[in-house]
Design a binder for this molecule. Structure first.
Ligand code: CDP
Length: 251
């Protein structure tokens, strides 16, 4: 126990190696993914991940606004990540801030690396991410929701993009940090993986860890991404699979 300003630092790792919510170091928070919950959007997905609740909606390919962003050889992927004012403990000032601009940018760039944008020149693919409840790892939850929503919209992609934040808490490398671990831990490292190629298309780090710890964190994160990938595919299968009875009725 120590003090940062007036705030007491919670014990992040107990003597048995259990975390603040009882998880082991390599354990993800529970994740539920639903593809296609919104009717108006071309594609959508809702992700509940621990205490995070994130909705993504995709529109397009459609006309580019503002017009000057139009590209002659490919679609432009525009992403808007937004955290609702009521999504955090202390009301967040509504509107775009530097953090949401940065997150929108890194998510758009990650998505751009898997979407076959050359197939839709002079168009825009618009991705909206709304964080309704936040508890750390929202950029990863947003990316998971966005790539399922893109698939739901029928946008051709090389792969889905599972993502997770790894970090260092109580001196140990841990998978999928929750808020207290993000706030009081020693490091936070969000990442996104293209599972079929093994490429990382988002990698950020706040805090400090050693080189061997970084290697361990990357391994742990890649493993976590592969588990999340299966859940993303299952959500899409559930949305698009036809129940045997319905199939017979349609025949
Ligand atoms: O959400 P993510 O971990 O991707 O980004 P972050 O900037 O590391 O933020 C970590 C967490 O801090 C968020 O998920 C929120 O729970 C919280 N936060 C907050 O309470 N108020 C803000 N204005 C920004 C973040």
């Amino acid at each position: 126990m120590g003090n940062i300003g007036a705030k007491e630092v919670p014990t992040l790792l107990d003597a048995e190696g259990r975390r603040i919510d009882g998880r082991r170091l390599d354990e993800l928070r529970p994740i539920q993914i639903r593809a296609g919950p919104l009717r108006q959007a071309d594609g959508s997905a809702f992700v509940e991940w621990g205490a995070n609740k994130v909705m993504a909606a995709v529109y397009g390919p459609r006309e580019v606004h503002p017009r000057h962003l139009q590209q002659n050889t490919k679609a432009v992927i525009q992403c808007r990540y937004n955290m609702a004012a009521f999504s955090v403990d202390e009301r967040k000032r509504p509107g775009i801030d530097r953090r949401s601009q940065e997150i929108s940018k890194v998510i758009a760039e990650a998505l751009d690396s898997v979407v076959f944008a050359e197939e839709f020149p002079r168009t825009s693919i618009d991705v909206y991410i709304e964080v309704l409840q936040a508890n750390a790892g929202t950029r990863c939850a947003g990316l998971v929701a966005a790539s399922v929503a893109l698939a739901d919209a029928g946008i051709p992609m090389a792969d889905l993009l599972p993502a997770v934040a790894v970090g260092k808490v109580g001196g140990a490398i841990a998978l999928d940090l929750k808020k207290e671990e993000d706030n009081f831990g020693e490091a936070d490292l969000p990442m996104a993986l293209v599972p079929q190629s093994g490429r990382l298309v988002l990698l950020q780090m706040e805090g400090h860890m050693t080189e061997p710890e970084l290697a361990q964190a990357l391994d742990l994160g890649v493993g976590g991404c592969r588990v999340i990938y299966e859940k993303m595919k299952a959500a899409l299968r559930e949305r698009y699979s036809v129940a045997p009875a319905a199939e017979e009725a349609a025949a």
